[in-house]
Design a protein around this ligand. Structure first.
Ligand code: NAP
Ligand code: F7E
Length: 331
């Protein structure tokens, strides 16, 4: 039997790397789209690099998208590429809209041209709920995004729904709440905390500066969430699904768990920095993944506490091996 073929945009990112491993384990031929860069950033896919077929392309460039789809001939397309850091979306709002909003239309247009029978997954986000209209949030909760990132993702979500309804494409939108892992970018709050907890424990840093400690998120493990992406594309009908754990925790709780894990007191090590507050904040997000549970049989397997401890232990191991690792990010 010939292997099923999947194309992942954003394969060098946190989710892309976990999804690529997940699909390889299921016998897929996995293709990835990567941006040209003067220095390769393949750290997260190094361990599987020789089992992947990589194509050069960019969500800003229509020609490269059509060529990537023609060359990879995917049965399943996972559009994970985006400018994913909310805080940076105020610094580069137009570029964020181009990558994370219009880029979705470019890829859907390329799909119409090159492989209209494929199945398409769009990486939508709980940031679309922003200033929430109801608690918990479901597939039917109205959006009220609070950042240029959230606005761009709302566009990406609706263009996915629209191409499903206009052209009959098998286009699914996964509305995923925050998910983290030891491969999370160092600028996101959980990883910033676990990296600093480890660095402070090892005597490599003394202080951690954070913004809003009261913000609450519904945090899950990225490995659980890529399984949900795949399950969505195995459904005969394309649809929208919320993926979440159903519990919210504050940044403050995350700090406490991380510092407890390394056995260091928070006193004297943590400062709040007004410069890290956002122009408009999302105070609390909690998702209801009941539809995914009923239709896909999906449930998260890793709890919040297990996740943060796993990340702290991975950062302790990383920094013990190489104390200079990513010191540049240790701000
Ligand atoms: P990530 O680690 O920041 O990875 C983003 C990926 O997108 C990287 O591979 C990056 O490539 C690529 N990319 C960025 N701009 C691109 C462009 N113009 N053309 C081609 N590739 C581009 O993000 P993640 O956490 O894995 O998230 C994956 C997706 O899910 C994103 O769309 C994100 O917005 C969405 N999402 C994430 C979460 C979460 O909590 N993680 C929740 C909801 C939705 P480089 O390596 O070249 O930079
Ligand atoms: O912030 C607060 C911050 O940057 C979480 C992305 O994957 O999930 C992610 O977006 C909270 C916010 O993630 C710091 O104000 C306090 O309230 O880790 P974050 P995010 O903005 O929720 C969604 C679902 C996505 O789709 C995105 O792609 O933590 N916070 N102090 C801080 N946040 C950061 N980054 N750094 C701080 O020092």
């Amino acid at each position: 039997m010939t292997a099923r073929r999947a194309l992942i945009t954003g394969i060098t990112g946190q989710d892309g790397s976990y999804l690529a491993e997940f699909l390889l384990d299921r016998g897929y031929q996995v293709h990835g789209m990567v941006r040209r860069s003067s220095t390769e950033k393949f750290e997260r896919i190094e361990q599987i690099r020789d089992r992947l077929e990589l194509h050069q392309g960019d969500l800003l460039d229509q020609r490269s998208l059509v060529d990537t789809l023609r060359a990879s001939r995917p049965d399943e397309i996972y559009n994970l590429a985006a400018m994913s850091y909310v805080a940076a979306s105020w610094v580069q709002p137009t570029l964020t809209a181009e990558f994370s909003g219009i880029g979705v239309t470019r890829l859907l247009e390329a799909m119409r041209e090159a492989c209209p029978e494929a199945r398409f997954y769009q990486a939508s986000s709980s940031e679309m709920f922003g200033k929430v209209r109801e608690v918990p949030q479901t597939e039917l909760t109205p959006f009220y995004p609070r950042s240029p990132y959230g606005v761009a993702k709302a566009y990406g979500h609706f263009i996915t729904v629209n191409y499903r309804e206009s052209y009959g494409l098998h286009a699914t939108s996964g509305i995923l709440f925050n998910h983290e892992s030891p491969r999370r970018g160092l600028e996101f709050v959980t990883r910033k905390i676990t990296w600093h907890a480890a660095a402070i424990k090892l005597g490599l840093q003394t202080k951690l500066k954070l913004g809003n400690l009261d913000a609450e998120r519904d945090w899950g493990f990225a490995g659980d969430y890529v399984r949900a992406m795949w399950l969505m594309l195995q459904e005969d009908q394309a649809d929208d699904f919320v993926i979440a754990t159903g519990s919210a925790h504050s940044v403050r709780e995350c700090l406490q768990i991380a510092f407890d894990q390394v056995g260091v007191s928070l006193d004297g090590h943590v400062e709040t920095d007004p410069g890290l507050l956002r122009p408009a904040e999302v105070e609390q997000l909690i998702g209801d993944a009941g539809k995914a549970k009923r239709m896909l049989g999906w449930e998260p397997e890793v709890s919040f506490e297990e996740l943060i401890r796993m990340m702290v232990d991975a950062d302790l191991a990383l920094l013990s091996r190489d104390p200079g690792a990513r010191r540049a990010y240790g701000r």
